[in-house]
Design a protein around this ligand. Structure first.
Ligand code: PGA
Length: 252
């Protein structure tokens, strides 16, 4: 059985003080949540504060991005070793906002995944189609390309430490969620692509999160689907009570 993984993606919200206050309140609210990996992804500038608050906690810490380079003249970038120094365990790679606003290609995303794994960070590898692509009948082709090109040269051992986040772009921050059936179908398809690339055992093991307007009211239905192994949550992760409710509902 795959263990659920529910991750907050705070995007460009929550400075160091807010992040620390959130963790104080949230940790108590989810102290009883068992059988689920919970991960918080603050912005870079808040990682240090979050890291000291989370010392000794079972709640995981993720960055929202990482450089594909080691060090040097890359203004504004953050390396894997800098993240490791702050005890970061996961990193979101290839979020649709990084793809669409900052021009990240499948090749860049692939380089970042490999760089993350070389530092033993666990990638949360995001994929997903636009509405235009879905309506144009390209859903499977888009997902297949993103998965295949994003994972070029990634070993089966490194895949085992990777989480995939399926996030239909049209459902992110819009309040429109994919139906449980639409999400399940996409997840089953992604798993079949992993089976083609890495074999059935790897496909059975990999965790695939759903992301896109997940909230307390729909987390149980979405995460109850056979191939949905967790959630990547934006808006509904910014309030400790709402995010805790979302997690508790998913576990019922
Ligand atoms: P949302 O964002 O939950 O606000 O739709 C999800 C994401 O972008 O990861």
């Amino acid at each position: 059985m795959r263990k659920l993984i529910i991750a907050a993606n705070w995007k460009m919200n929550m400075g160091p003080q807010e992040a620390a206050d959130f963790i104080d309140s949230f940790s108590q609210k989810v102290a009883d949540a068992k059988g689920v990996d919970i991960v918080l992804s603050p912005p870079m500038v808040s990682l240090a504060a979050a890291s000291s608050k989370l010392a000794g906690s079972s709640i995981g810490l993720s960055a929202q991005n990482v450089s594909e380079n080691d060090n040097g003249a890359f203004t504004g970038e953050t390396s894997t070793l800098m993240l490791k120094e702050l005890f970061v365990q996961y990193v979101i790679i290839g979020h649709s906002e990084r793809r669409s606003i900052y021009g990240e290609t499948d090749a860049i995303i692939n380089a970042k995944i490999k760089k993350a794994r070389a530092a033993n960070l666990k990638p949360i590898f995001c994929i997903g189609e636009t509405l235009e692509q879905r309506e144009g009948g390209q859903l499977e082709a888009v997902l297949r390309t993103q998965i295949t090109d994003g994972l070029v040269g990634v070993s089966v051992e490194d895949l085992a430490e990777t989480v995939i986040a399926y996030e239909p772009v049209w459902a992110i921050g819009t309040g429109v969620t994919a139906s449980a059936q639409q999400a399940q179908d996409a997840h089953a398809f992604c798993r079949s692509v992993i089976a083609e690339l890495y074999g059935q055992e790897a496909a059975d093991k990999i965790r695939i999160q759903y992301g896109g307007s997940v909230k307390p009211a729909n987390s149980a239905e979405l995460l109850g689907q056979e191939d949905i192994d967790g959630a990547l949550v934006g808006g509904a992760s910014l309030d400790p009570q709402i995010f805790a409710d979302l997690i508790h509902n998913a576990l019922t």
